[in-house]
Design a protein around this ligand. Structure first.
Ligand SMILES: Nc1ncnc2c1ncn2[C@@H]1O[C@H](COP(=O)(O)OP(=O)(O)O)[C@@H](O)[C@H]1O
Ligand SMILES: [Mg+2]
Length: 445
């Protein structure tokens, strides 16, 4: 630990006062602390003591720094005790914190005071009422929103993990991965849209990948898009006040300042997925305003220029997500989810149809589907709930093209390797089913 040297060193007495203000330690810890200092086992120098408490995990580094700088009051916001700063953006800083009575760990988003005009305060309250209704595995839940003095904050579900924006810094992500992430984000957005909430600021840093299972996606900051300050400069728009969003992910109707609906968020999701897969936003120009206006009448750089190996079905989905006219796009998050998840399902071919090198696997009909169709939940259900748990002998490798494999046929390995007879029986059944389907399809013509 290296506490801020510019601050006047706090004396032990001052440090004790700061500790008391912060209410970080419980009475038992305070007793132990006193006893250890008196017996000479712990240092009497405030900085050294702070380091010791950090070492003992009684304080976080962030807390120790605040106490040493005599800024303990900043560690308490309403009923929340702050542990750490976990991020910051245009709206303000985000902290990891704990509710002092309930013990719940939250992400506390403090909203910059200057962002809150009277008009925005009203909208904030209205939007928070709506946000409170959201309850979906692909949406970061809002628990609490309040005002302490002039400070507004929102307490939300803390999601351990990284945002897709952070992951993108290390380079583009695989297209299978992005398709799965996009499918989940679309479900989260659909849930919000059904509650009458628009995001308005869908972008990689507002999508979190949970580190708990490394596959669950949670959409962040739903309902807060309206707070983005139009006067805050790049990367936000500096116009009329009702046009918000980040340049690279804005929808054409957002740029034009039109009334928005859910399809605008889905366009932004398309831009986000494009950026994640290619490493570049869909429109490239050195002047941000130009990048923004290009989308009104121009198509993005064809995604296949960056990723020639991309399956045609995915190219078509991306093109549809990025259509200029909302009528030409998918009309709901559910539709986006269905389209993306269909990439992971075997394609049933009509009799006589030959396999396409660009499409999903040729031997699909013989292969057990990733999710058994008869018993599996519908795609309209939350994706994470519908994915089978990963047991050691299972693999969730789908039938979608694996760009890193060099081959465009990656078969599902869903069945336990320990039961070759079951695998064989299921294979035969699937084959018989496909033959029957081909026969009936042929007969129906
Ligand atoms: N609920 C949360 N759980 C975990 N991390 C979060 C949460 N909310 C925000 N963060 C982290 O804080 C960062 C900054 O968030 P934010 O202030 O919304 O800025 P941005 O403008 O990048 O979206 C996010 O990218 C994320 O890493
Ligand atoms: Mg954010």
């Amino acid at each position: 630990m290296n506490p801020d040297r510019s601050k006047i060193p706090a004396s032990l007495g001052e440090f004790g006062e700061q500790l008391a203000i912060s209410e970080i330690l419980n009475p038992q810890q305070i007793e132990e602390l006193n006893e250890k200092i008196e017996s000479g086992r712990w240092p009497t120098d405030a900085r050294k003591l702070a380091s010791r408490l950090f070492y003992e995990k009684w304080l976080t580094e962030f807390q120790a720094r605040k106490l040493i700088a005599s800024r303990a009051s900043e560690l308490i916001v309403g009923r929340y005790l702050i542990f750490d700063r976990i991020g910051g953006g245009a709206m303000g800083d985000v902290f990891k914190a704990e509710h002092q009575y309930m013990g719940r760990i939250v992400a506390l988003k403090m909203i910059k005071q200057e962002m809150m005009s009277d008009r925005l305060i009203k909208r904030f309250r209205r939007e928070m009422r709506l946000a409170a209704r959201m309850n979906h595995p692909n949406v970061v839940r809002a628990y609490d929103a309040d005002q302490v003095g002039n400070l507004f904050y929102i307490a939300m579900e803390y999601v351990p993990g990284k945002s897709l924006g952070e992951l993108l810094k290390a380079g583009p992500l695989g297209m299978r991965e992005v398709a799965r992430y996009g499918a989940q984000a679309a479900l989260g957005l659909d849930h919000a849209h059904q509650q009458g909430i628009l995001h308005r600021d869908v972008k990689p840093s507002n999508i979190l990948l949970s580190s708990e299972d490394r596959k669950t996606i949670k959409v962040l900051d739903l309902g807060l898009g309206m707070l983005i300050d139009p006067s805050s400069g790049d990367p936000m728009l500096t116009q009329a006040g009702n046009v918000v969003g980040t340049y690279d992910y804005m929808s054409p109707e957002q740029v034009k300042g039109r009334t928005l609906d859910g399809r605008s968020d889905l366009y932004s999701l398309g831009c986000t997925m494009y950026h994640l897969m290619t490493g570049y936003p869909p429109f490239r120009h050195e002047i941000p305003m130009k990048r923004m206006s290009m989308r009104i009448d121009t198509k993005p750089t064809p995604i296949s220029e960056y990723l020639p190996e991309m399956p045609r079905r995915l190219v078509a989905i991306m093109d549809k997500m990025l259509a200029v006219d909302p009528e030409d796009r998918f009309q709901s998050g559910l539709e986006v989810n269905d389209a993306l998840m269909s990439l992971f399902k075997p394609k049933v071919r009509a009799p006589g149809e030959t396999s396409s090198s660009q499409d999903t696997p040729s031997a699909v009909a013989e292969t057990p589907p990733e999710r058994p169709a008869a018993t599996g939940p519908s795609l309209n259900e939350p994706l994470i709930a519908s994915q089978p748990p990963i047991a050691p002998e299972y693999s969730t490798i789908g039938s979608f093209v694996d760009p890193s494999s060099g081959s465009n046929v990656t078969m599902p390995k869903f069945w336990p390797a320990r039961h070759p007879r079951i695998t064989l029986a299921v294979g035969i059944l699937a084959w018989a089913g496909s033959v029957a389907a081909a026969y009936f399809l042929g007969a129906a013509r």
